[in-house]
Design a protein around this ligand. Structure first.
Ligand code: FAD
Length: 464
C-alpha cells in the first residue's frame, strides 16, 4: 500500500498536519516514537508549563487574598498535587489528539521513523521493523533541549524542561542558565513557588528576541520580585557535589563568582531532531542540523517537506509548527497554500507579568530604514489593570511615520499573551494606526491599553 503522506512526529506541527491531510482526503500515516502523541508542546513544553504557571498564579492569589478582602487560613502549596493536575491535563489532551487522528482516518504507527530514501519510511517499534511507502514525507520531528558541553541531565540536579516538570518538592534554590522564553518562564514559576532563583544569561539582556524596552522592563520587574538576574554572564565548570551543583560564573563586570545551587536548569536553546532520521538517504539540505525549506516548506528533495522546530530560520514555537504544517499539506493536496509571513508570527512569554509581541522591534524597524513613530501606554493608567492588581508594564506600538503602517506591537503586562491577538489580526488585515485609533475598545478592559497606545502614536491618548 502507498500512502499519500507520511508524517514523522506528532507534535503540534505533525499531528495538526496529519489531521489536515485527513480532512483533504489524503491517505495519511503518522509515525511517533513516544508512546503518547503531542510532542514537546503537549507532553513537556507549552501545556504542562502553562498548567503549572496557572498554579503559580493561584498560589500568589491565595497568599495575597486578604488584599481582596478574602481570608484564606494558612494556604499551603502541595507541589505533588499540582504535578498530578498538570499530568491529568496533559493526558486528557494527548487522548484528544488520538481521538482527532482516528476521526480523520490517520493511521498511527508507534516507533522510530527513518527515511530510507524518497517515498520510503522505515518504522522501528515494539512490533519490529516495517517499511512504509508514500508519495510524500513530512518531517516534523521537533527538537530537544541543548546541553552545555560535558553535561548530562539527571532527575535530581541538572535539569532540562523534562526533569523540572517532575519535581516533587519546591527546591530551596535554583540557578537557570539561559534567559530565553523557557528560562524566564521557569524562573517566574519557581520564584512564586518559593524558590530562591538566579538567572544567568550570556547575552546583554534577558528575553533577547524581544524589543529592548520589554527586556528592560522584565529585568526590572524580576529584580523587584527578588529574582537574581545576571546578563553578560558566563557559566563554566559545572559540577555536581552529590547534594547540590557548583559552578563558576564570570559576571559582566569580570568578577568570577562561585555559585552553589540545589538545582540547575539548563535552558540554552533547542537542537533539531534531525541527526538520526535518515537525511543522508536524501538530498535534504541542512544548516547546523536545521532543515532548509522553501516558502511552501519543501526541502531540496522533491516530495519531502519539513515543518516546526527542525526548520532553519523560523522561531521554535508551537503555532509556527502548526501553521507551517497547514502550508505544506495544502501544497501536497494541490489546495491554495499561503506561505507564512515571518513578521506576523506572535511570540508569547508567560512570565508574571506576561509578554506578547509581533512584528519588528523598534531597533529592527530603524535598521530596515523605516522612519519610525512609537506610541506607548502604561498599564498603570488602565483601570481594569488596577482592578486586577497588575499594573506593571506597557503597550508599545512601532509604526511607520509616513503611512501609519503597523510594523510591530510589543506588550508586557497583564494577559499580554492574550492582548497581542488584536495586534496580529490588525497586521494581518493590514489595518493602519488610523484604523486602530477608530476601533472602539470596550471599557473597562485591559485591551483599552492597546487602543490607547495606538492613540498615542500621535500623542492622543486620553488617560495618560
Ligand atoms: C518548556 C517549554 C515551553 C514551551 N512553551 C511554548 C509556548 O508556550 N508556546 C509555544 O508556541 N511554544 C512553546 N514551546 C515550544 C514548542 O514546544 C515547540 O515549538 C513545538 O513543540 C514544536 O513542535 P514540532 O511539531 O515541531 O515538534 P515537537 O513538539 O518537538 O514534536 C516532535 C515529535 O516528533 C517525535 N519524533 C522525533 N523524531 C522521531 C522519529 N525519528 N520517529 C518518530 N517520531 C519522532 C518526538 O517524539 C515528538 O513527539 C515550549 C517549549 C518548551 C521546551
Amino acid at each position: 500500500m502507498t500512502y499519500d503522506l507520511i508524517v514523522i512526529g506528532s507534535g503540534p506541527g505533525g499531528y495538526s498536519a496529519a489531521i489536515r491531510a485527513g480532512q483533504y482526503g489524503l491517505k495519511t500515516a503518522l509515525v511517533e516514537k513516544d508512546t503518547r502523541r503531542g510532542g514537546t508542546c503537549l507532553l513537556v513544553g507549552c501545556i504542562p508549563t502553562k498548567a503549572l504557571l496557572h498554579t503559580a498564579d493561584m498560589w500568589t492569589f491565595a497568599q495575597h487574598a486578604t488584599d481582596e478582602g478574602i481570608t484564606i487560613d494558612k494556604p499551603a502549596l502541595n507541589l505533588p498535587k499540582a504535578m498530578d493536575r498538570k499530568n491529568a491535563i496533559v493526558s486528557k489532551h494527548s487522548k484528544g489528539v488520538d481521538f482527532l487522528l482516528k476521526k480523520n482516518k490517520v493511521e498511527v504507527f508507534n516507533g522510530f521513523g527513518t527515511i530510507k530514501g524518497p517515498g520510503k519510511v522505515e518504522v522501528t517499534g515494539d512490533k519490529g521493523t516495517q517499511t512504509l511507502e508514500t508519495k510524500n514525507i513530512l518531517i516534523a520531528s521537533g527538537s530537544e533541549a541543548r546541553m552545555l558541553p560535558g553535561l548530562t541531565p539527571d532527575a535530581e540536579f541538572i535539569l532540562t524542561n523534562i526533569e523540572i516538570l517532575n519535581l516533587q518538592a519546591v527546591p530551596k534554590s535554583m540557578a537557570i542558565i539561559g534567559a530565553g522564553a523557557v528560562g524566564v518562564e521557569f524562573a517566574s514559576m519557581f520564584k512564586r513557588f518559593g524558590t530562591d532563583v538566579s538567572i544567568f544569561e550570556m547575552m546583554p539582556r534577558i528575553v533577547p528576541v524581544e524589543d529592548e524596552e520589554v527586556s528592560k522592563e522584565l529585568e526590572r520587574l524580576f529584580k523587584k520580585q527578588k529574582i537574581r538576574v545576571e546578563t553578560g554572564a558566563k557559566c563554566e565548570n559545572v559540577q555536581k557535589t552529590g547534594k547540590s551543583v557548583k559552578m563558576k560564573v564570570t559576571l559582566a563586570n569580570g568578577k568570577v563568582e562561585d555559585v552553589e545551587t540545589e538545582k540547575l536548569l539548563v535552558a540554552v536553546g533547542r537542537s533539531p531532531n534531525t541527526d538520526k532520521i535518515g537525511l543522508e538517504n536524501t538530498k535534504v539540505v541542512t544548516d547546523r542540523g536545521f532543515i532548509k525549506v522553501d516558502e511552501y516548506q519543501q526541502t531540496a528533495e522533491p516530495g519531502i517537506y519539513a515543518i516546526g522546530d527542525v526548520v532553519a530560520g523560523t522561531p521554535q514555537l508551537a503555532h509556527v509548527a502548526t501553521a507551517q504544517g497547514m502550508v505544506a499539506v495544502a501544497k501536497i493536496a494541490g489546495k491554495p497554500a499561503t506561505p507564512i509571513r515571518r513578521n506576523r508570527i506572535p511570540g508569547c512569554t508567560y512570565t508574571e507579568p506576561g509578554i506578547g509581541s509581533v512584528g519588528l522591534t523598534e531597533a529592527q524597524a530603524k535598521e530596515k530604514g523605516y522612519k519610525v513613530k512609537v506610541g506607548k501606554f502604561p498599564f498603570l493608567a488602565n483601570s481594569k489593570a488596577t482592578i486586577l492588581g497588575s499594573h506593571d508594564g506597557f503597550v508599545k506600538i512601532v509604526a511607520d511615520e509616513q503611512y501609519g503602517e503597523i510594523l510591530g506591537v510589543h506588550i508586557i503586562g497583564p494577559e499580554a499573551f492574550e492582548l497581542i491577538s488584536e495586534a496580529v489580526t490588525a497586521m494581518e488585515a493590514e489595518a493602519t494606526v488610523e484604523t486602530m485609533r477608530n476601533t472602539i475598545h470596550a471599557h473597562p478592559t485591559i485591551y483599552e491599553a492597546v487602543g490607547e497606545a495606538f492613540q498615542n502614536v500621535d500623542g492622543l491618548a486620553i488617560n495618560v
